[in-house]
Write a protein that binds this ligand. Structure first.
Ligand SMILES: Nc1ncnc2c1ncn2[C@@H]1O[C@H](COP(=O)(O)OP(=O)(O)O)[C@@H](O)[C@H]1O
Ligand code: SF4
Ligand SMILES: [Mg+2]
Length: 334
């Protein structure tokens, strides 16, 4: 159980999107092509059976990293390796597609409303020809039981379930091809708080029983706290703080991580008063089409100075945590 094999690795991964207007409009307006950098030189490594969580406000590039990690997008630069193999080259192999999968935020949108749940869950088993005939139905029954539903629920259609139950169905479906690596993109964000906890517990349970590796994505640090071994905090396409979850929660280095933590009422931070603890995060995430100069967080950062506005901060190691911040590097953090 002490195995520390890296299953997924991102090495300086960048992903850009061309968001130019159509050629004629561009020409008339005399404007050039516009490129949006959704993910900017992101590196991380996920160990077998553990969880790496990515957290950050909406628009920070989390879902794009998730899609890169299962090969739904190809990197514009850098490399993703699954068990040491370049994912772009390997993705075409059915064996590899079976081993990775993704769960999305909205279980309703990701389940075909016209199919019975048993067919929805059985589809990957049939597509990858893992089992045949009666064995497929038996396996579907098992999967539904594993996620806390009953085998007889297979007869129903998605609309007959509550939001939490539908997310259980999509987890059963995601597990049906017996993947080793799952990207969970805001899997509980559409659910009520009490149901969220049940689904998170289920996911942790399944991880323990099946040694599944998770890349867990959420905009909510409170959710991530209960899921992660490793944590990456993303801001405008970059990972600005990266390390063991307990180290970061115990002693957040980056001012952005501090702001995220301050916005959570339940997590009392050292030095944070009650009113400060409930303060909303000031400002908004700027557009990645024309990001601020230097440290892209500088317009919102209480510690910003001239160097921050001019120079992109590099990652430096502080204990077991990497942070990209001049103030942290200079030791002038709050
Ligand atoms: N297919 C796409 N085409 C153009 N822009 C995209 C595309 N996907 C994401 N983006 C942009 O990339 C940035 C990051 O998006 P996303 O990865 O969805 O962030 P998050 O999941 O953190 O909210 C956003 O500015 C978003 O508008
Ligand atoms: S580099 Fe400067 S602006 Fe950026 S987070 Fe650190 S202190 Fe704030
Ligand atoms: Mg997203």
């Amino acid at each position: 159980m002490t195995e520390t094999r890296t299953i997924l690795e991102a090495i300086e991964v960048t992903r850009t999107f061309d968001v130019s207007r159509p050629w004629l409009q561009r020409t008339l307006a005399g404007e050039g092509r516009r490129v949006l950098r959704a993910v900017d030189a992101v590196s991380f490594a996920v160990t077998l059976g553990r969880t790496l969580s990515l957290v950050g406000e909406s628009g920070c590039g989390k879902s794009t990293v998730g899609r890169l990690a299962v090969g739904l997008y190809a990197p514009s630069g850098g490399e993703i390796r699954f068990e040491g193999q370049n994912l772009s080259a390997a993705r075409a192999q059915p064996a590899l597609r079976r081993r990775t999968n993704m769960i999305f935020q909205d279980p309703y949108a990701s389940l075909n409303p016209r199919w019975r749940v048993s067919d929805i869950v059985a589809e990957p088993i049939r597509a990858f020809r893992l089992l045949k005939g009666r064995d497929v139905q038996d396996r579907v029954g098992q999967l539904l039981t594993q996620v806390g539903l009953s085998p007889r629920d297979g007869e129903k259609y998605p609309h007959e379930f509550s939001g939490g139950q539908r997310q259980r169905v999509s987890i059963a479906r995601a597990l049906s091809s017996e993947p080793e690596f799952l990207v969970c993109d805001e899997p509980t964000s559409a659910l009520d708080v009490s149901v969220q906890a049940q689904i998170l517990n289920l996911m942790r349970d399944l991880q323990e029983r099946m040694q599944i590796t998770y890349l867990f994505i959420s905009h909510n640090l409170a959710v991530v706290r209960h899921m992660s071994n490793l944590l990456g905090v993303m801001y405008l396409g970059r990972i600005v703080e990266y390390g063991p979850g307990e180290s970061i929660f115990g002693n957040p280095r980056h001012p952005y991580t501090r702001l995220l933590l301050d916005a959570i009422p339940d997590i009392g931070m050292a030095g944070g008063t009650n009113s400060r603890a409930r303060a909303p995060i000031g400002g908004e995430v700027p557009s990645p089409i024309s990001p601020p100069s230097g440290c892209t967080f500088h317009p919102r950062c209480p510690l910003a100075n001239a160097r921050c506005r001019a120079e992109v901060p590099r990652h430096t190691l502080d204990g077991d945590v990497l942070a990209a911040c001049h103030a942290v590097e200079e030791g002038r953090g709050a």
